[in-house]
Structure formats: structure tokens, C-alpha cells
Design a protein around this ligand. Structure first.
Ligand code: ADP
Ligand code: ADP
Length: 235
């Protein structure tokens, strides 16, 4: 589903990624594990061109992803992203936030004035049920707790019906109980829907508990690749 070859990313003189190669199968749940500053976020951002690769090739579902207008539209439709700080629109209702997942590459703020087809509303409600937030559908999103906002982020990603979900430190701001809940929803997305999930984490414990495969990253290079039970505490 994802094939990365020789990916380099430089910011000025600083090289954040050094010739990274990585292949991820359809429906796999892969955890990218590494300390802060290792390059995890840059790696995910290159996949959907939030950051433009300096060198190398990225293929999504057999097609080379590109940073031009048409390429961006395609990759943003196929690939959903979840962020550490939720990136929900605070003043919009929970349901409308999830509905923005149906808008493709349109800026989220436009959705304020947007009238949505009944089919999209049904999809959004179903996705809210998946993360057990359907009773909160009509509340303003800024009344929710952090964990609930992240579940809105997951529902929005699911509503997009993506092939791939990229989750960049989705639980870094959450307590352990809420973190496990969020990671379970992501795991379900890979198991039940066959969505390919790549999730950045910095905690070895969660990687052991949830990953199907772990990629260890340090200083812009892949330094470990294996099953979670092969992880030692030094990784
Ligand atoms: P991680 O997600 O593992 O914490 P990042 O990918 O965010 O790591 O960052 C990797 C390195 O690249 C860090 O040293 C960071 O300071 C640097 N970096 C990230 N984004 C930028 C940027 N936009 N400009 C300059 N340096 C950056
Ligand atoms: P969870 O752990 O499930 O993410 P919490 O236990 O933190 O949720 O939140 C409990 C309740 O408090 C929730 O119903 C949430 O809507 C409400 N809540 C949390 N933060 C706020 C807030 N800033 N304003 C209003 N209600 C809030």
C-alpha cells in the first residue's frame, strides 16, 4: 500500500531523513517508534506532502504520490491524517467536524456554510458510533475533553473512507486509559476496514501492546524493524 524508496528530507543544511526505505502492506498496523526529533513526523508528512521530499519516491496504492495540485488532491483523498493536537475546528459541532472528512481537500472552515448530503451525514454518524461519541454529535467540539477530541479526529479520518491513516503522536497528550482507547480504535480501523495505519509513538509500552510491526527511527534513519516482542527497552 505504501512504498518509500530513498526518501531524504533536508531543512536547509540539516538532514532530517537519510535515504529511508519502507514498505507497508494493505491493512497493516505499523508503529514508528523514536525519541522526539528522530524524524517520525517528517516521515509521515512526506507521505501526504505536508512536507515535500527532497529526494526519493513514495508510492501509495501503486501510484507515485506527487506534490502538484492533482497529486495533492489524490493523496489527500486516499490518506487521512490524525495529529497530536487534534486539529478539530473548535466552534463547529462534533458532527460537522466529522463531516469535514467528506469534503476532500476543501478547507475545513468552508464547511460552516456547507449543506451536506444525507448520505454523508449517515456516514458521519456511523463513524461517530465507531468511536462511541454519537451522543455528543450536536455539541460544540470545544466542550469536549482532549481524549474525546482525538476520537472526533479518528471519526473524521474514518468518514473520509481512506486507504491509509497516518497518526502523528495521537496519544502524546492523553492519559494512559484514554490512550489505549484511541489506539484500539486505530487498530480496529486496520483489522475491520483493512485500512493501512502508520502511527508515530514515543512510548515503547504502547508499541509493544498495539503494533503489528515496529519501525525504530533515530536521527533520521531506520535503526530497528521487527515484531513488537523483539523490542528491547533501549530501542
Ligand atoms: P519527531 O516527529 O520524531 O519528533 P520531526 O520529524 O518533527 O521529529 O523532526 C526531525 C528533525 O527535523 C528535528 O531535529 C526537527 O527540529 C527538524 N525539523 C522538523 N521540521 C522542521 C522544519 N520545518 N524546519 C526545520 N527543521 C525542522
Ligand atoms: P474522556 O476521558 O472520555 O476523554 P473526560 O473524563 O476527560 O473524558 O471528560 C468527562 C466529561 O467532561 C466529558 O463529558 C466532557 O464532555 C466534559 N468536559 C471535559 N472538558 C470540558 C470542558 N472544557 N468544558 C465542558 N465540558 C468538558
Amino acid at each position: 500500500m505504501i512504498e518509500i524508496r530513498g526518501l531524504c528530507k533536508r531543512y536547509g543544511d540539516f538532514t532530517a531523513l537519510h535515504r529511508v526505505d519502507l514498505t507497508v502492506a494493505k491493512g497493516e498496523f505499523v508503529v514508528i517508534l523514536g525519541a522526539s526529533g528522530a524524524g517520525k513526523s517528517t516521515l509521515l508528512r512526506c507521505i501526504n506532502h505536508l512536507a515535500e521530499p527532497s529526494e526519493g519516491e513514495i508510492h501509495v496504492d501503486g501510484e507515485r504520490s506527487r506534490g502538484d495540485r492533482a497529486g495533492l488532491r489524490k493523496v489527500r483523498r486516499d490518506v487521512a491524517m490524525i495529529f497530536q493536537h487534534y486539529n478539530v475546528v473548535p466552534r463547529l459541532s462534533v458532527l460537522k467536524n466529522v463531516l469535514t472528512g467528506r469534503l476532500g481537500s476543501m478547507p475545513a472552515l468552508l464547511s460552516w456554510f456547507q449543506v451536506f448530503p444525507a448520505k454523508d451525514i449517515a456516514i458521519a454518524r456511523e463513524c461517530l458510533r465507531r468511536v462511541e461519541l454519537d451522543p455528543k454529535a450536536d455539541l460544540r467540539t470545544d466542550t469536549l475533553s482532549g481524549g474525546q477530541k482525538q476520537r472526533v479526529g479518528i471519526a473524521r479520518a474514518l468518514a473520509q473512507k481512506p486507504k491509509v491513516i497516518l497518526a502523528d503522536e495521537p496519544v502524546a497528550s492523553l492519559d494512559p486509559k484514554t490512550s489505549r482507547k484511541v489506539l484500539n480504535y486505530l487498530k480496529q480501523a486496520s483489522r475491520q476496514d483493512g485500512i493501512t495505519v502508520i502511527c508515530n509513538l514515543h512510548q515503547v509500552d504502547y508499541a509493544r501492546e498495539f503494533a503489528q510491526r515496529v519501525i525504530g527511527v533515530a536521527a533520521g534513519r531506520i535503526v530497528f524493524e521487527g515484531r513488537p516482542d523483539e523490542l528491547t527497552d533501549e530501542v
